[in-house]
Design a binder for this molecule. Structure first.
Ligand code: FAD
Length: 322
């Protein structure tokens, strides 16, 4: 049974238990969000001992070489001493505005700290100060905006999302660290066609990426597909239509699974729609965000339609299991 030393105390890790679960079992809460190795909120540093290979999958080579690993993916095979990662500074900010975008999505605009820089499409990790609960939220703003924008879906019984949705108010302080994520616009091929697709609050990073591409002078066609179960679940339709009206190369398609589609939209499964509408996707730069099953299914369809895997950027909103 490997021993984990953290802040001067020793904890035993049971067989087949992750380091994150073991510490939680002992009442020690490390920052964590998705518990699946996707969000990297639980990035931790090995001060002694070697983390297993699986715990460094997806961690940047430069960080892995310094002993950083993901606590949620680490089933220790030897004694380890660990320290909290300090690669992302924490920021204290304030809620500037809060608006409901539809029945279950709220938009939070946060003060932009002067020393914070990010790429549109990245995400931050919001921390609730009362208990250090941490969750990832994508940025819908672009670096030129003088605020940070988040779109938060209210998950029934979700601890962070219901708190942000129901309790956090304009003027409240909010802490976060980041940014993270490598799904952002690359300005190296301004003429290439782009496909942006996602459901629900998957629109948040896509909205940032779309506006960033336009701000960078992207001249190739940009197709954005935003899906929901029904029209009531769509949001920012006016803003997206205005962007499409103002730019010949922007094409916006709202998609609904059930009921009549809104004007200019489509009824059907978002997983099938982009490839059906656009035909061959060879040469496309692709961005997929939102619920993991939809992102994964879209990735497959889009690859089958000719897009190269290296050009498909995705940010599944992986959530922690119950
Ligand atoms: C990279 C990344 C970016 C993200 N960006 C956004 C974003 O921009 N906007 C946004 O709203 N969310 C986003 N998320 C999801 C977000 O981090 C939280 O997982 C989500 O808000 C739920 O947290 P919670 O504390 O409210 O729920 P929890 O208290 O963690 O969960 C409560 C219960 O609900 C279940 N659950 C949680 N989420 C879902 C879900 N989506 N569907 C069904 N069941 C669920 C859990 O398994 C659990 O049983 C992102 C996640 C990642 C990894």
């Amino acid at each position: 049974m490997p021993t984990i030393r953290f802040e001067g105390n020793d904890y035993f890790c049971a067989e087949d238990e992750t380091l994150l679960d073991s510490l939680e079992r002992h009442g020690v809460m490390l920052p964590s969000s998705c518990k699946s190795g996707a969000c990297q909120t639980c990035l931790t540093r090995a001060l002694e001992g070697v983390p297993p290979v699986a715990a460094q999958k997806g961690v940047k080579d430069t960080l892995a070489a310094q002993g950083y690993f993901l606590a949620c993916m680490c089933k220790p095979v030897e004694d380890m001493e660990i320290g909290l990662a300090s690669v992302s500074p924490k920021y204290a900010t304030q809620v500037l505005a809060k608006d409901q975008l539809n029945e279950s999505v709220v938009r939070l605009r946060l003060e932009l700290p002067t020393d914070f820089s990010y790429r549109a499409g990245q995400f931050i990790n919001v921390i609730r100060a009362s208990d250090d609960l941490t969750r990832s939220y994508s940025l819908a703003s672009i670096p030129g905006d003088d605020f940070l924008e988040l779109h938060v879906k209210r998950v029934p019984e979700g601890r962070m999302s219901t708190w942000l949705f129901d309790e956090v108010a304009v003027g409240d302080a909010l802490n976060y660290f980041g940014p993270s994520g490598d799904s952002f616009y690359l300005a190296d091929k301004p003429e290439r066609p782009l496909l942006l697709a996602g459901a629900g609050t998957g629109l948040a990073p896509l909205y940032g990426i779309l506006r960033d591409a336009l701000a960078c002078g992207h001249s190739g066609p940009v197709h954005i597909f935003h899906a929901s179960l029904a029209t009531a679940g769509l949001y920012l339709m006016d803003e997206l239509r205005a962007l499409a009206d103002g730019h010949d190369n922007v094409h916006y398609t709202p998609c609904v699974l059930h009921g009549e589609a809104p004007a200019g939209g489509m009824q059907g499964n978002i997983v099938d729609i982009p490839a059906k509408e656009l035909g061959s996707l060879r040469g496309y730069g692709v961005y997929l965000c939102g619920d993991p099953p939809i992102v994964n299914a879209l990735r497959q369809k889009i690859f089958m339609a000719g897009a190269s895997m290296k050009d498909i950027h995705s940010d599944p909103f992986v959530f922690a299991p119950a």
